[in-house]
Design a protein around this ligand. Structure first.
Ligand SMILES: Cc1cc2nc3c(=O)[nH]c(=O)nc-3n(C[C@H](O)[C@H](O)[C@H](O)COP(=O)(O)OP(=O)(O)OC[C@H]3O[C@@H](n4cnc5c(N)ncnc54)[C@H](O)[C@@H]3O)c2cc1C
Length: 502
């Protein structure tokens, strides 16, 4: 089993062994350092290594520790931001460009699997989007028109692969699915065979953009001409943090007693929507269902979301056993497209890929293509479209700004006697809570043995107050999505420092 950024175990992490890296010769200077060993970091580094660059991947924990280890791995050109919204925000020509970028990304995944002979349970599939009332039907008609106008093959259809009642549905061709960790680790092997280097359990703690980019890490300083943050959200404080909102999404891998596993990909049209597909892992088919998304740090009781998802699945399917349940994090951009390119505020040589929403499997490969072009100094029509420095004053952006002004003052200092905290908190074993103590607030978790883990409650990124996530046993920041384990260690950026112990 590999480690992931949460307490719950995903189907993928449980069925995979940690990746063992190959030794590599140290260099005074690398061409490119890629920070982050998820699908974005590995697919981008492979592409650059193929293009002749000497790359080093630096991963704070283990490969696929982040959201890649908690994804559901639908490979889509039918994106979560509908082509209606993309066309409204960016125009019809750009909607076609986005669709092309997504199609090329899916082709790139297929080429990688073929070229490197990666055994990852890949199969092509259709996607079904179905409406269940009048207003959803209207929206579906608009989505169909915009999807076709963007150049994606789609049409109304009479049947859907899941046993859920619907009024209208469309089928979209050219989608796919796979076992994401088999794929990413297959890419990592190919990358190392091409001479690429990987350093696991090494956290990047600072970056100086001088003549070369100097990267400070927990294992010393590394230098490179170019640096890519493939960390899902970049660490530190940056404009992209004001333009990305963190969300949690929940997923389950389920055994069905009637063995009627739906082969294709299905989506309802609720907000948030539910998603369904099947993957065979080690000879066993699993229905993988997900949904119940909410803003990170917004839910008082995250376990309740798992219960709601389970109820939805049981309503529609003959459940024999819920084998795995987990949640994970994604980042929504303010205008519906990811931010891929130069990190705002940095003149050159520092790049980022973030804001993928629920389509990071596809967008990671869009990122790989764009970042390769930028670093090789080649042109691409995708570069301005996905540029992180774009500012789109679209509906909803005001709320993003308001949200980001909610920065709280750090009031805490000094140490708390554990017995005092104990009496103050009155919390159950396995529970976490923010507790008032005189003028301070303390993040307290009582473990199963009754030990108290007390932390400063303010996120080290921009001092928002963290919230308890009972399902994943983590402290989650509602402002920009930083997450910490019960001892304050960073699970997700943008924080690069842990919560201090009290
Ligand atoms: C429940 C759920 C289901 C999803 N399902 C789908 C789907 O079906 N299809 C789809 O396309 N997308 C889906 N997504 C989104 C998709 O999974 C993600 O966008 C994608 O996995 C992100 O990959 P990444 O490599 O960019 O980030 P990650 O996988 O999060 O990797 C980032 C890595 O960077 C490392 N890191 C962070 N900071 C540092 C540092 N300072 N130093 C060194 N390393 C660092 C982390 O440890 C981590 O391993 C889903 C998301 C969720 C939450």
């Amino acid at each position: 089993m590999i480690k992931r950024d949460g307490h719950l175990t995903s189907l993928w992490q449980d069925t995979k062994q940690p990746y063992t890296t190959q030794p590599f010769a140290e260099r005074d200077e690398w061409d490119v350092i890629v920070v982050g060993g998820g699908i974005t970091g590995i697919s981008t580094a492979l592409r650059l290594q193929e293009a002749g660059k000497r790359c080093l991947i630096i991963e704070a924990e283990n490969l696929c520790f982040g959201t890649t280890g908690g994804t559901t791995a639908h490979i889509n050109t039918l994106l979560d931001t509908p082509y209606t919204t993309i066309a409204q925000n960016f125009g019809d020509d750009n909607a076609r460009l986005v669709a092309n970028a997504a199609k090329e990304a899916v082709e790139n995944i297929k080429t990688n699997i073929r070229t490197y002979n990666i055994n990852c349970g890949f199969s092509e599939a259709d996607a079904y989007l179905f409406a269940q009332d009048n207003s959803q039907e209207k929206e579906l008609e608009q989505i169909l028109a915009a999807t076709k106008a963007a150049g994606i093959s789609a049409a109304f259809i009479d049947n859907i692969p899941v046993p859920i009642s619907f009024t209208k549905a469309i089928r979209v061709k050219g989608q796919a699915k796979f076992q994401p960790l088999d794929y990413v680790m297959g890419l990592a092997e190919a990358y190392e065979k091409l001479g690429g280097a990987i350093l696991q359990h090494c956290r990047v703690t600072g970056v100086e953009n001088n003549e070369l980019v100097e990267v400070e890490t927990t294992q010393g300083i590394f230098k490179a001409r170019d640096l890519i943050y493939a960390t899902h959200i970049p660490p530190g404080v940056n404009l992209v943090h004001l333009r990305c909102l963190p969300y949690r999404s929940y997923a389950m891998a389920v055994l069905l007693s009637d063995r009627k596993y739906p082969e294709d990909l299905s989506y309802d049209m609720y907000d948030p929507y539910h998603y369904y597909r099947t993957q065979v892992v080690d000879g066993q088919p699993y229905l993988i269902a997900g949904g119940k998304d909410h803003r990170t740090g917004d839910a008082e009781n995250t376990e309740q979301y798992l219960l709601q998802l389970e109820a939805t699945i049981r309503k529609h399917f003959a459940v024999a056993e819920i084998k795995y349940k987990w949640s994970s994090q994604y980042y929504e951009s303010s205008d519906g497209l990811p931010y891929i390119g130069s990190l705002p505020g940095q003149a050159e040589h520092i790049y980022v890929a973030t804001g993928f929403g629920g389509n990071g499997i596809t967008y990671s490969h869009v990122a790989a293509a764009i970042l390769e072009k930028l670093i090789l100094n080649d042109g691409s029509p995708y570069i301005p479209l996905f540029d992180p420095n774009r500012l789109k004053p679209v509906a909803g952006f005001k709320n993003f700004m308001k949200h980001n002004l909610t920065v709280v003052k750090d009031l805490v200092s000094g140490l708390f006697p554990a017995d005092k905290l104990e009496s103050l908190s009155g919390i159950a074993h396995g529970e976490g809570r923010i507790v008032d103590y005189e003028d301070d607030k303390v993040a307290i978790y009582k473990d199963e043995a009754g030990n108290i883990h007390a932390l400063h409650s303010l996120c080290t990124h921009l001092k928002c107050e963290v919230q308890w996530n009972g399902a994943e046993r983590s402290w989650d920041c509602p402002c920009h999505g930083a997450r910490y384990d019960i001892d304050g260690n960073v699970l997700n950026g943008p924080a690069d420092k842990g919560l201090e112990k009290r």
